[in-house]
Design a binder for this molecule. Structure first.
Ligand SMILES: NC(=O)c1ccc[n+]([C@@H]2O[C@H](COP(=O)([O-])OP(=O)(O)OC[C@H]3O[C@@H](n4cnc5c(N)ncnc54)[C@H](O)[C@@H]3O)[C@@H](O)[C@H]2O)c1
Length: 667
């Protein structure tokens, strides 16, 4: 057995491993809020020591107490494995179950240093999106996966492997829940407290569900968003137009790349120099500029020459919005992708302080930090308002910018006092143009790890879409064309970071046909096994009133039945693993989101599962959207009922507005 396999099957080693230096070359999570009382800290320690035998407690207690005091969490750094953290070929994993091996591959990809935001703290993206809470959980989970059979299911409670339970071949191999709280205990500080206690974690969307494929996953959606935002302002394309936004982190780092693919000038501000360097060295942003005057001159030149270029500004986004006002630089499209789902713990940085000063203030004086954040948000919104009064099209990028700005007293509310002044990208773009028709971020990973498999799957997917486009209704021709264009240039755009993965927006028919054709190719031996999945940010996966379901207007956007049904339904229709999370994308307590992963291996069973699970996974959401009276979804679900006689969905009747308006209610 190789050292790697042996290490996996060992799980938590009997002997306490050597201590590891705190590696300063790695991007680390900020120190977390010191929120626990002395008694609660003792409880956190007691909880952490549950993973280790009694005789090691005296030694480990001291070290874990130090971690808790120093970093606000117990990560158990010492237990970080020595092997390289990356997705390997599925054959390289130890074990009995091919499905379990696929999950190991996906977990390691989420923690790959090239992929993860804070790999040593087991955070994949979004500042606090964890795969596990500590290294003991990682080791134990991998060990369980390496020994389980296809007659067992591993149960994951917010990063903690509760254990293997007898099940059956068609059950999911892993069932994941992250951050499921009693609703009244779902405030941001509850996350701080219960995460510090070691009893829950924030799994983001694809971090704690092992389905992150690096920023590529988001480049496609971002490209679609920028392209369609461009179509909203004019029909003459994006050449020479300026897109201003912020964030070069896990997902936000996709913006400059997407801007280049869409063909505009992109300026992205980023306060963390490490994030800027990472994205620049990966070729995801073309140029880095550190002072505002140089930036203004460069942007003017780019506009004059109608260049397609992406520029990172090393500094605070508010400075850029204000500078462009001063210099009268017209911003065509504006947005923001700082992590405002996590405003008080490093998701958004205040103006007027250096990055280091901000991090210190955040820990040493959280109250003052909060005041500064609110001030910055008000100034931010103020500058945006001045630009939009000149014609800029500004949209909220689902990062809770408008929500947090409004909570900070910024002038972002519409006249009705209920809605925001600006649309979210889902209300204007993704909802009506994609989700309501069932288009969403379908993705796959080549489990062989071979680039040639990815090339072959790109080709297959493109052929399937081209064929489907011939008979597709006119309502979805534009989406089909954008997606074909995307897949044709995906390889040239060098999007792979980590595993050999691809994202491709597709609707129910597209996803099913592509997956079935992959399955045939696996059967013929043309390609190795494939792992199918998607982002939670999809037609059915997520109930999020300010994002995925923000274009649902019947009041049900504050319910979460769809996400729950999605995951329950996927679990008995063939998913290899399912996950349900609290807070993915926009923040703890603000959303419920779910997803799946499915290994296909060329078998008849895989073909059946593809049909049964993917069909539900998409149409569940379309049905809900159609019941909410969304015209596009009504169109899509009616079409699907014609194709699938077993599908019978309750359709809404539309009442005449005059009847409603004739009713008199007391306020
Ligand atoms: N890309 C998408 O399609 C998409 C979709 C929906 C939502 N989002 C949301 O976008 C947000 C960002 O996600 P992420 O994974 O990139 O998070 P991240 O934390 O990895 O990146 C955010 C970056 O913003 C920087 N930043 C914070 N405040 C700043 C400021 N004032 N000026 C300049 N830079 C600042 C941070 O240093 C960080 O690098 C999240 O809230 C996410 O939910 C993204």
């Amino acid at each position: 057995m190789t050292a790697f396999k042996e290490s996996i099957t060992t799980g938590i080693p009997n002997e306490i491993p050597q201590k590891k230096d705190y590696d300063l070359s790695i991007n680390h999570a900020p120190k977390r809020k010191d929120i626990l009382s002395a008694d609660e800290k003792k409880l956190a320690l007691k909880n952490a020591l549950r993973y280790f035998p009694k005789e090691q407690h005296t030694f480990l207690a001291e070290e874990f107490a130090h971690e808790l005091n120093e970093y606000g969490r117990i990560y158990m750094y010492r237990y970080r494995p020595d092997y390289e953290m990356k997705a390997r070929s599925i054959e390289d994993y130890p074990g009995i179950s091919l499905q379990a091996k696929a999950i190991m591959l996906m977990i390691q990809n989420n923690l790959d240093y090239a992929v993860a935001q804070h790999p040593h703290e087991l955070i994949t993206y979004g500042g606090n999106g964890g795969v596990f809470q500590n290294w003991a959980q990682y080791l134990l989970c991998m060990q369980y996966l390496s020994e389980m059979t296809d007659e067992q299911t591993l149960v994951m409670y917010s990063g903690h492997p509760m254990g293997l339970f007898p099940s059956h071949k068609n059950a999911p191999r892993v069932v994941v829940s992250n951050g499921m709280m009693i609703p009244n205990y779902s405030k941001p500080d509850d996350w701080e407290k219960f995460n510090a206690l070691g009893v829950t974690q924030y799994g983001q969307m694809t971090a704690g569900s092992y389905m992150y494929i690096g920023p590529q996953g988001i480049v496609h959606g971002t490209t679609i968003t920028i392209l369609n935002a461009g179509r909203k302002i004019s029909d003459d394309g994006l050449a020479g137009k300026l897109f201003l936004t912020a964030g070069l982190g896990g997902m936000s780092g996709a913006q400059p790349k997407a801007g280049n693919i869409a063909g505009c000038i992109t300026v992205v501000a980023e306060v963390n120099p490490k994030a800027t360097i990472t994205r620049h060295s990966q070729g995801w942003v073309d140029e880095v500029i550190e002072d505002l005057d140089t930036l203004a001159t460069r942007v003017k030149k780019a506009k004059e020459n109608k260049e397609v270029v992406s520029i990172a500004f090393q500094g605070n986004i508010v400075e850029v919005w204000e500078k462009f006002l001063e210099e009268d630089i017209y911003v065509d499209l504006g947005s923001d992708q700082t992590s405002l789902h996590n405003p008080w713990a490093g998701g958004y940085y205040p103006i007027g302080l250096s990055f280091e000063e901000s991090n210190e203030l955040m820990v040493n004086n959280p109250k003052e930090f909060k005041i500064k954040i609110k001030e910055t948000l008000r100034r931010h919104a103020n500058a945006v308002n001045k630009h939009t009064s000149k014609g800029t099209y500004f949209f909220d990028y689902g990062n809770a910018f408008l929500l947090e700005a409004s909570r900070s007293g910024a002038d972002v509310m519409a006249q009705d006092g209920i809605h925001f002044k600006y649309p979210s990208y889902v209300q204007d773009i993704m909802g009506p143009m994609c989700f309501d028709y069932g288009f969403g971020p379908f993705r796959w990973v080549c489990a062989s790890g071979k680039k040639e498999d990815l090339d072959k799957t790109d080709k297959i997917a493109c052929e399937v879409l081209e064929k489907l486009k011939l008979d597709a209704p006119k309502e979805i021709q534009q989406q089909m064309a954008d997606n074909i264009r995307w897949i044709k240039s995906a390889n040239d755009n060098q999007l792979v970071v980590g595993s050999q993965a691809r994202i491709l927006y597709a609707d129910s028919i597209g996803r099913i046909e592509i997956a079935k054709t992959f399955n045939d190719a696996i059967k013929e031996g043309t390609i190795g096994p494939i792992i199918l999945g998607r982002d939670h940010h999809d037609v059915s996966g997520t109930d999020s009133p300010y994002r995925e379901t923000s274009n649902i207007y019947d009041g049900s956007s504050f319910t979460a039945d769809m996400a729950i049904h999605n995951v329950i339904g996927d679990s008995f229709r063939g998913a290899t693993w399912v996950s349900i999370h609290n807070g993915g994308g926009v923040g703890w307590g603000e959303v419920i989101n779910g997803g799946f992963g499915m290994l296909i291996d060329g078998s008849e069973e895989s073909a059946t599962k593809i049909q049964s699970m993917l069909h539900w996974d998409v149409n569940n959401g379309i049905a809900r959207r159609s019941w909410a009276r969304n015209e596009e979804a009504i169109f899509a679900i009616k079409k699907e009922m014609e194709r699938t006689p077993e599908l019978k969905v309750t359709l809404p009747n539309f009442v005449d507005e005059s009847i409603i308006n004739s009713m008199i209610f007391k306020n």
